[in-house]
Design a protein around this ligand. Sequence first.
Ligand SMILES: Nc1ncnc2c1ncn2[C@@H]1O[C@H](COP(=O)(O)OP(=O)(O)OP(=O)(O)O)[C@@H](O)[C@H]1O
Ligand SMILES: [K+]
Ligand SMILES: [Mg+2]
Length: 699
Amino acid sequence: MTIELRRPREDDVTAPAPRIADGLFSPRQLIESLPGAVRKLDPRHMARNPVMFVVLVGSAIATGAAIVEPTVFSCLIALWLWFTVLFANLAESVAEGRGKAQAASLRKAKQNTVSRRLMPSGSEESVPATELKVGDLVVVEAGETIPGDGDVIEGIATVDESAITGESAPVIRESGGDRCAVTGGTTVLSDRIVVRITAPAGHTFVDRMIALVEGASRRKTPNEIALDILLAALTIVFLFAVVAIGPMSAYAGAEQGPVELIALLVCLIPTTIGALLSAIGIAGMDRLVQRNVLAMSGRAVEAAGDIDTLLLDKTGTITFGNRRATALHPAPGVTEAEVAGAARLSSLADTTPEGRSIVELCAEQYRLDPEPTGVGADAEFVPFSAHTRMSGLDLTDAEGTAVRIRKGAADAVGRWTAQFGTTVPAAVTDLVTDIARRGGTPLVVARVSGTTASVLGVVELSDVVKPGMSQRFAQLRSMGIRTVMVTGDNPLTAKSIAAEAGVDDFLAEATPEDKLALIRSEQDGGRLVAMTGDGTNDAPALAQADVGVAMNTGTSAAKEAGNMVDLDSDPTKLIDIVEIGKQLLITRGALTTFSLSNDLAKYFAILPALFSGIYPQLAALNIMGLATPQSAILSAVIFNALVIVALIPLALKGVRYRPAAASSLLGRNLLVYGVGGVVTPFVGIWLIDLVVRLVPGIG
Ligand SMILES: Nc1ncnc2c1ncn2[C@@H]1O[C@H](COP(=O)(O)OP(=O)(O)OP(=O)(O)O)[C@@H](O)[C@H]1O
Ligand SMILES: [K+]
Ligand SMILES: [Mg+2]
């Protein structure tokens, strides 16, 4: 088959989605996000964030007080309290805004496509893509857009997936193997395929992607919830403290108005981290999207920051996954034609890429008809499964003898022939060892005629390791992550590929259950496990892993099971994922430290201002030399609001992360953000006071 490549045109709807440069942040984003920030003032939305909800209620009360008793001071405080709430919403809105552009370009890929549905009669009918149901068969030909997610059940084609991956090089999609999944919204460039729809309209991969980049499906992670509870508890403590101050100061003869008390409360509670917390989480997900990784759960992103072990499957993950038959080796006393005949027969109904490549090899080298007539009428085909690791067929020959032909992994076929009292000859075992040592996959071909089994020979399958693997695995090792390759292939092939790719360890002849058990045992040892894979046989393991990254080239089952999808199908992408996870945790820690130590410094501005009338000694605390009590309080409130805006870029870009031991990182961050958090307000409030004291009625 010749596959003709068509380059996507500039004006194609499927032109690569624009990627926003990582960390790019412009003041324009702030202005564009303002309407979104105002909409978020809805109390139902605010209630999700206890700290900011208290500020919202405070703003409302202060506004009421300012209306009842309008002074320059009360009006300005009320105004800046509203700004505080607005700035918090702005942070979230800016973080979400970065996904909006992407969502818009994804929607284009989703625009109304008409599909060609195959009727049971074999005829075609035109239906809108939105009316497709799971199980429908659709025909897609060169130049047409694939109407929905599904599996190719017939044919092979080159597909332009740039609408989703941003990568313009076409990819091959074919029926049978681990490369059969196609995504709605992508375009077939050559040939014709029949696709069975696997996702109902509205629940496709692109729909999920849109919800994800827009943050619509975002839920709080357990860590975020824990931090939220801590912040809420602190808020309640300060609320009681401030409520108690009212009667106490009245008793002491310096009654405080509600506006002053609310200002005090807002300055004391952790508004900075309360305002930025959700933006930090959204930005982490967004950074992954920029790296072409879709994370379906924030929890997985956080777990990625602490990964100890990475499991990878071999075929399609470490290697390209288009294992092809490259040679046939007969057993002693068997002719090449005989092995070729049996290998071809056993593969005629084998729809895996391996099976098809055997039929092609037999056609090219032995001139065996790839589509013979007369075979299959009385034959029963035995499909390949990851459990049996064999495939083949059962038939009755011209003399009426029952004949069974199998090909498969050497150990599996060896066990099968052993049931009939035949062991694999040493010469064949040598062939198998030889192929496996070179990193190829040997498939042993055997036949049982009546009750006599004979081993006919070996098919050699070759696959290629993706480039650049070993340097990247070395990098993972330097980050303290152990890499283990798990494969259904035999130990020798596994060993050879493991050495070439540079993984630390490997597990061969693994069934889906073995992969799952390995993950469980690692987890029982208290380790966090990441798994990357592409096959249906990887799905249980992908679901069990703390971080399950499915290759985009993989099957829909794998993509459903994992909690991340790598659109570039690059297993070493885990390096980026780990870095982003660590950066997310560090950023959150740093800003929490900054926020709490910041509030401490505000005591010094507000407490002397409130009480120096009663306790003149407190004036000594006014080390900033603030003009009047009112200018001190107003300056503290303004600083408290502005610091949120000032930290939005840091929350979005993340604290700089360099690979280093966790303890030294923690120490450094505590120093920078703890000390920085104490010092900044002194400078900031002092500067703001210089301006505020000029306002009539304040200074
Ligand atoms: N079409 C086939 N017919 C018969 N045997 C096959 C076929 N395809 C693969 N095998 C054999 O079964 C083994 C297991 O295949 P399986 O797809 O489960 O794992 P794998 O793809 O080799 O490994 P990985 O889990 O790394 O992707 C292969 O190593 C091969 O020996
Ligand atoms: K505060
Ligand atoms: Mg596989």
